[in-house]
Design a protein around this ligand. Structure first.
Ligand code: ATP
Ligand code: SF4
Length: 323
């Protein structure tokens, strides 16, 4: 059984002029140890997907469908029960690390508090010194220099890179089986971005977690993932083995993204920019959501929406791949 099974997930946001639908029939299986890169342009629904899984969508959102975590449907749980799964089962690293920590508590207090919650849920009693040692060990794991000093600091006394490492340490302390990282370096200096990405990957392997890595950057997804999910207009357009998708994209959108991506074996030497912009959820085209930008669109593409078809070991939402 997959660790996580997402079935028919739809998300709507209530806005002053009505309701907009932003995720459409998402189906996804996450197997133990999977690393999945979730790639899409801004507004494609990536964060909405991640936040749905940990049930941290904003109050104006409505999620329908099923998200089974080890067989339990998270979407059907009362909010109070969801606390047993968030953090200790599935941990999400957010885009802006400063929002993940309490500004008025020292790092030490926050990490020890997280640990206490873990042991409380397991009904285990652990002495305070052991909690401290465990926190210190994890701060070393995330390669924070001088962790003893850092534990006595408040978040505002630390850099964005240091805070993101502390948030990752907090995740590790909770021992989640699934780690979701939502553009974890977008708020950080370019100089530390690559280090944080490499750290997440290293720790995923070390602690045997599954990883859902959300990014708009195909090269980052290529570096961290073994499976690639391409999201566009709230739909999965392609999902498959990262190497296969990168070497022979099956969806015209993936092909366009790859042609503008500087990696040797798909480029033909010409500069290429994907024409047009992603659709607005308030004004989606009829038929295939990609038809306004698709160089291969034909009559049917303007009348009917393609399904997510099985094609050469992957899933592709395009009539051209429906045999
Ligand atoms: P980005 O890379 O810019 O973070 P994304 O792919 O993560 O984008 P989402 O943040 O999931 O996309 O947003 C998907 C759509 O949902 C967007 O059109 C966005 O405007 C809309 N949306 C997100 N949050 C809300 C909200 N709280 N209320 C109304 N609409 C929202
Ligand atoms: Fe292009 Fe048609 Fe395929 Fe959509 S279904 S991606 S418009 S060819």
């Amino acid at each position: 059984m997959p660790q996580l099974e997402i079935r028919d997930l739809e998300v709507y946001y209530k806005v002053p002029f009505g309701t907009i639908k932003t995720l459409f029939g998402i189906q996804l299986d996450v197997e133990k140890g999977d690393s999945i890169g979730i790639v899409g342009e801004s507004g494609s629904g990536k964060s909405t997907l991640g936040l749905s899984i940990v049930r941290l969508l904003p109050p104006n959102a409505i999620a329908r469908g099923h998200i089974f975590f080890n067989g339990t449907d998270l979407l059907a749980l009362p909010a109070s029960k969801m606390k047993d799964y968030r953090g200790t089962g599935i941990f999400m690293i957010m885009q802006d690390p400063f929002n993940s920590l309490n500004p008025v508590k020292k790092v030490r207090e926050q990490l020890i508090e997280a640990l206490r919650i873990k042991y409380l849920r397991r009904n285990e009693r652990v002495p305070e010194e052991s909690l401290y040692d465990e926190v210190l060990k994890k701060l070393k794991d995330v390669k924070l220099p001088d962790p003893e000093t850092i534990m006595d600091r408040y978040p505002h006394q630390l850099s964005g890179g240091q805070i993101q490492r502390i948030v990752i340490a907090m995740g590790l302390l909770l021992e989640p089986s699934i780690l979701i990282a939502d553009e974890p370096t977008s708020a950080l200096d370019v100089s530390v971005q690559a280090q944080i990405i490499a750290l997440i990957k290293e720790l995923q392997d070390k602690y045997k977690m599954s990883l859902l890595f959300i990014t708009h950057d195909l090269s980052v997804a290529y570096a961290v993932s073994e499976k690639l999910l391409i999201l566009y207009g709230g739909r999965i357009l392609e999902f498959g083995n990262t190497e296969d998708v990168m070497n022979s994209p099956a969806h015209p959108y993936t092909e366009g993204l790859l042609k503008s991506f500087p990696r040797g074996n798909y480029r033909d030497g010409k500069l290429y920019t994907l024409q047009g912009a992603p659709p607005l959820f308030t004004d989606l085209p009829n038929g295939c959501v990609f038809n306004p930008r698709c160089p291969y669109a034909f009559d049917r593409c303007y009348q009917e929406e393609p399904g997510l078809y099985d094609y050469m070991g992957r899933k592709v939402r395009c009539f051209l791949r429906h045999e």
